[in-house]
Design a protein around this ligand. Structure first.
Ligand SMILES: [Fe+2]
Length: 341
């Protein structure tokens, strides 16, 4: 099974070792300037990487993933603004703090720097104490975002751990993420909801970590009391993920993926379009994939049969018919690619 699809999609990277010295990329086409800054930073325990033009700076960032970048503006080939713009346009480096270090001090240059996404400015010639204060402050913010990134990684692993406990659901998270995004793309949703759908594929059932295994893996029918316990999982999942700002968009999926169109679902008994669209998409795809998967008490159903059941349940008032038909179209035209899971 290829877990990297689901894992890599929501988990952009592990945080760096918190005990390692912070690494700082110094970019300037004047070697004397680089040497001066290097001396100040090295003396204060930082690890320094160097680049002498914009193109080399981009290569050094790709190779070394520095914690902070001190970037000169006036450089041949690629100037500092362009380097900054490119790095702030990449998911992997959008949170890396960039300080523009420049002899230019007028307002227009600062505005250009802000437009390019710079986090701070230093005007040459700069004061050594001021340089170190800016570096310290931005590295504190970077450390904090790394810790949040790490927290997201832990929650993602927790969700995949829930999936791994049940051999019958292997690959379910990755398929759910993939089909949900395809339905979302057909509905021309923008980047935010598409990201939430991708995350939701992995995280929708993370709250099951709080449900006893004896209930989750019980062969045969659950009692009403046991069902009540299982019905807690959307709320537990929401509590696990809500402290993380980066997971805010996926919370409606985690909380509402068991609501039904006619108001007979849980936990809030929402009806129709009261149920967020991304949750309606996830619930339809979740049920479809469950029907297509073998369980101890049932075989895997063929795609046509699974869609037939979804359509019958739509008539009963459970699902969003538009979402069901989009999924049916995707399955019939593109196939499912289940063997790749
Ligand atoms: Fe669920």
């Amino acid at each position: 099974m290829n877990r990297s699809i689901a894992h890599g999609a929501i988990l952009p990277g592990l945080a760096c070792d918190p005990n390692a010295p912070a690494s700082i990329l110094v970019v300037d086409d004047m070697p004397d300037n680089v040497a001066l800054i290097r001396a100040h930073l090295t003396m204060n325990g930082y690890h320094v990487i160097e680049a002498f033009d914009g193109a080399q700076a981009l290569r050094q960032v790709a190779d070394h993933r520095p914690d902070l970048i001190l970037l000169d503006v006036m450089m041949p080939i690629l100037d500092g603004y362009e380097v900054c713009r490119r790095l702030k346009g990449e998911a992997a480096t959008i949170l890396t703090p960039i300080v523009i270090v420049s002899a230019l001090s007028d307002q227009e240059d600062r505005i250009r720097g802000i437009d390019a996404g710079a986090d701070d400015f230093l005007t040459k010639p700069f004061d050594r104490t001021e340089l170190l204060a800016r570096v310290r402050s931005l590295l504190r913010v970077k450390r904090y975002t790394d810790e949040l990134d790490h927290a997201e990684t832990v929650i993602g692993s927790l969700a995949l751990g829930v999936e791994a406990k049940d051999p019958y659901t292997e690959g379910h998270c990755a398929r759910l993420a993939r089909y949900s995004v395809r339905v979302g793309e057909t509905l021309t949703l923008n980047d935010g909801p598409l990201r939430a759908l991708r995350q939701g594929g992995v995280l929708h059932d993370v709250g099951k970590v709080g449900i006893p295994d004896a209930i989750l893996n019980k062969p045969g029918k659950l009692t009403e009391e046991e069902m009540d316990i299982v019905r807690e999982h959307p709320l537990i999942g929401e509590r696990i993920c809500s402290p993380l700002k980066s997971l805010r968009g996926v919370l409606p999926i985690i909380r509402h993926h068991h609501e039904r169109f006619d108001g007979s679902g849980y936990p809030d008994r929402l009806r129709g379009e009261e149920i967020p669209l991304i949750a309606r998409i996830t619930s339809v795809v979740d049920v479809y994939d469950a029907l297509r998967t073998q369980r101890p008490y049932k075989p895997a159903l063929p795609a046509e049969k699974a869609l037939e059941i979804l359509r019958e349940e739509t008539k009963k008032g459970w699902w969003d018919g538009q979402v069901v038909e989009i999924l049916a179209h995707i399955v019939s035209t593109n196939g499912e690619g289940r063997s790749g899971d």
